[in-house]
Design a protein around this ligand. Structure first.
Ligand SMILES: *Cc1c(COP(=O)(O)O)cnc(C)c1O
Length: 394
């Protein structure tokens, strides 16, 4: 007897679950886009976007998804023939690198150790060997949404500095901003790319960049340019519309305003703590399930596991059977494995608007689905998660 009817639950790592309040804020007709309320509201986003990324520069808001933010980061920092070092730890940094290749950039990939995060020592060694400083930028993701790894962005900064290398440091925070600690300014990041549809709880459509003075100077030396993606006019607009190179994303501005209000009301650190507790709950459940059977976290060391998305290795268990039972019979859509992880993992998204009953419900559904497909596992994952999460309650 299927148990799917009721409120359906989306447990994929982006788009995330959008708060009703955000959706309601967006449900309105367009208003004057030249002056008045909309202009004030758009500019009111800037200080809160700065707070979320912990920086003081003027944020750039592009009308696009995460791939658009990537493209903006590339066309403003790299010329054809330039070389970049892409620190790969899953799937997403490769995607960013492939986009750079499309612009004629030479891309070298440095792989993280198997089932682990980027090794800062390997980065330092590679950069030390680049004695002529041919590498113009180092690209890395804070959280890789395919492998579930959480890279140490501060430690990689130190590795770049230890090598005395001048490359721009570019960090993708698409799956991590508003979920785990991030310090654009303190960690000396030159370009941060992110989007609104994961930790920032707003329907897909806005990409964000934060850029350093060093990156701005690089932009001004480039041979090739872009009109739409160029950040210069957007940073220093004469007219409001130039912030967006055209019509402002009216409804998204209202939605993001509400989402940022919710984050600020909860407190950014409290948001990070909530994600940490929920992430620990998921890992406790997976450890319990794997007592007897093949299930385990894809990333070996819990300290390197993301608090916004978990990729779970399934071994002999077919992840697609598990996902289809969960979706069709139990009302929960789980994340599929991506790229090289497609046949070996499923994923649970726990970013943004996620609370205790939502994650415990998802874990309970995974447990029912595992039993339903006759998978080898140890029950009690939900109880283990509840115990792990109890410590996170004040
Ligand atoms: C989701 C995601 C992207 C891409 O975002 P799109 O909106 O799908 O273009 C890039 N990087 C990471 C780490 C992501 O999680």
């Amino acid at each position: 007897m299927p148990l799917a009817n009721g409120r359906r639950s989306l447990s994929i790592p982006g788009p995330s679950v959008f708060p009703d309040a955000v959706l309601q804020a967006m449900h309105r007709p367009a208003i004057n886009i030249y002056d008045g309320e909309l202009v004030e509201m758009a500019y009111s986003l800037f200080p809160d976007l700065q707070k979320v990324a912990r920086t003081t520069d003027t944020p750039l808001i592009y009308i696009c998804n995460g791939h658009g933010a990537w493209e903006a980061s590339i066309v403003n920092t790299l010329d054809e023939g330039d070389k970049v070092l892409v620190l790969e730890s899953g799937r997403f940094a490769v995607g960013w690198g492939e986009m750079a290749e499309a612009f004629g950039v030479q891309v070298e990939y440095l792989n993280a150790p198997d089932r682990a995060g980027v090794d800062p020592q390997m980065v330092e060694d590679r950069l030390r060997a680049d004695i002529n400083h041919e590498i113009k930028a180092v690209l890395v993701v804070q959280i890789d949404t395919a492998s579930g790894v959480w890279n140490d962005i501060a430690a990689i900064r130190k590795a770049i500095d230890a090598a005395g290398h001048p490359a721009l440091y570019m960090v993708d925070c698409m799956a991590s901003l508003g979920c785990v600690p991030y310090e654009h300014l303190e960690w000396g990041v030159d370009v941060t790319t992110s989007g609104c549809q994961k930790g920032l709880m707003t329907p897909p459509g806005l990409g964000f960049l934060h850029v350093s003075d060093k990156a701005k100077a690089v932009r001004n030396q480039l041979k090739r340019g872009s009109f739409y993606w160029d950040w210069n006019r957007r940073m220093d607009p004469e007219m409001f519309y130039e912030n967006f190179c055209g019509t402002a994303p009216v409804q998204h501005i209202y939605g993001l305003r509400k989402a940022l209000d919710m984050i600020m009301d909860e407190g950014l650190e409290a948001v990070w703590d909530r994600h940490a507790t929920i992430g620990a709950g998921v890992r406790a459940a997976v450890a319990q399930w794997g007592q007897d059977g093949p299930l385990e976290m894809n990333i070996r060391d819990d300290a390197e596991c993301s608090n916004s998305v978990s990729a779970i290795l399934t071994g002999s268990i077919d992840p697609e059977s598990l996902r289809s039972v969960a979706e069709a019979q139990l009302g929960v859509t789980l994340g599929n494995g991506l790229g090289q992880f497609a046949a070996s993992t499923f994923r649970i998204g726990h970013m943004g608007h996620v609370n205790a009953p939502m994650i415990l419900g998802t874990l309970g559904v995974v447990e029912i689905a595992l039993a339903n497909i006759g998978a080898p596992f140890t029950s009690g994952g939900v109880e283990a998660a509840a115990k792990a999460m109890a410590g996170g309650v004040a």
